[in-house]
Design a protein around this ligand. Structure first.
Ligand SMILES: *Cc1c(COP(=O)(O)O)cnc(C)c1O
Length: 354
């Protein structure tokens, strides 16, 4: 007999630490009520697909992968040949955290990285990378990928995306968006999904469900149906075609139809603001990046970070050069206040003479 795990206190190390939101859970329970056709031929997948079309106000093609690495890699692979290259920021997840999967699934397409301040590519940086080499010996630039919001929590405005897609069109490049936290960007910008995707010139979006409150399942949305041709085969070959697809599509239907995707992101963003406001009043810590979504990065002295960890808090320090605190759909304000109190405590102790 397995003993149930003791409940762990809430942490802000990653939005992946959180569980499944009620709207996704209920939809999965409903999907579990009986039999349904396999491999996406079911009514739940039809519903999820329709919900995406309604939300994005256009006839997009939807595919679901188990995680973001697969979604990004397969989407990028579908946009280029093996001898092409993909322009991204140096800090992009596709470059730093996907174990070479984009190169692997594209059979060798090279990532060309641009150094950036906050993970945001600019038209100039893209132009520079895309035109630096045009000879036969260098992989031909074919795709640009941007992360919305960036790995450090900054958002691209609709104008910035339009400027980027303008350069892409001019130089014959496709535009892909890694939207692992796309919902948080929509809330942070107070704009509709269409405004920062197809209306701004994005060709393909990977829309993250996991970090928004699902168990798994990232949506790949093609705004040009021609680009989606044969994509199903690519997913199947990569082991990303779920046989019981309804368990990936039902939670999407659940969070899109109920509007939970928006509420979840709005709560997460509000919690990040609450935390950043509270720490702004604490001397000795400073935010590393502007808080525009659900992440807060703090510059903490090593001793303070260590003391905070000793008090049981978990957080990443390998991204963006600061201590990262990431808030999710069910972040508890009381727990945030406890973190701030502990942070104050650790700072005080670190200043005491030995
Ligand atoms: C979390 C995340 C992903 C997806 O990661 P998986 O672990 O593969 O699901 C992709 N891009 C960004 C920016 C992320 O933060």
């Amino acid at each position: 007999m397995l003993r149930p795990m003791t409940k762990q206190p809430q942490q802000f190390a990653s939005d992946n630490y959180s569980g499944i939101c009620p709207e996704a859970w209920v939809a999965m329970e409903e999907a579990n009520a009986g039999y349904a056709p396999a491999y996406g031929e079911d009514a739940w997948t039809e519903r999820a697909s329709a919900a995406f079309r309604k939300l994005f106000e256009t006839e997009c093609e939807m595919f679901l992968a188990f995680n973001g690495t697969a979604a990004n890699s397969l989407a990028l692979a579908s946009l280029c040949q093996s001898y092409h290259s993909v322009i991204c920021a140096e800090s992009a997840h596709v470059e730093t955290d996907e174990c070479g999967a984009p190169e692997f699934f594209s059979n060798g397409s090279k990532l060309l990285t641009a150094r950036t301040v906050d993970g945001k590519l600019t038209p100039d940086a893209i132009r520079d990378l895309a035109t630096r080499r045009r000879d036969i010996h260098f992989p031909k630039p074919r795709v640009v990928t941007i992360t919305q919001p960036t790995e450090t929590g900054q958002v691209y405005t609709p104008e910035e995306i339009r400027a980027i897609s303008g350069v892409c069109r001019e130089l014959g490049l496709s535009l892909h968006m890694d939207g692992a936290r796309f919902a948080n960007a929509c809330i942070g910008l107070n704009c509709e999904p269409a405004d920062i995707t197809w209306r701004a010139g994005v060709d393909v979006l990977c829309f993250g469900g996991t970090k928004n409150g699902m168990h798994a399942g990232e949506a790949i949305l093609f705004f040009d149906p021609k680009l989606a041709e044969d994509f199903g085969y690519r997913c199947k070959q990569a082991g990303q075609l779920a046989s019981k697809m309804r368990y990936l599509s039902a939670p999407w239907a659940g969070i899109l139809e109920s509007g939970a995707w928006r509420r979840n992101a709005a709560h997460a963003n509000a919690c990040a603001r609450r935390f950043s406001k509270a720490v702004a009043e604490v001397s000795g810590v400073s935010p590393v990046f502007p808080v525009e979504a659900n992440a807060v990065f703090l510059a903490l002295p090593d001793a303070v970070a260590e003391a905070l960890r000793a008090r049981g808090w978990r957080f990443y320090t390998f991204i963006g050069g600061g201590a990262r605190f990431m808030f999710s759909w069910d972040a508890d304000p009381a727990r945030i206040d406890a973190l701030v109190a502990d942070l104050r405590g650790c700072l005080l102790t670190s200043r005491l003479p030995d």
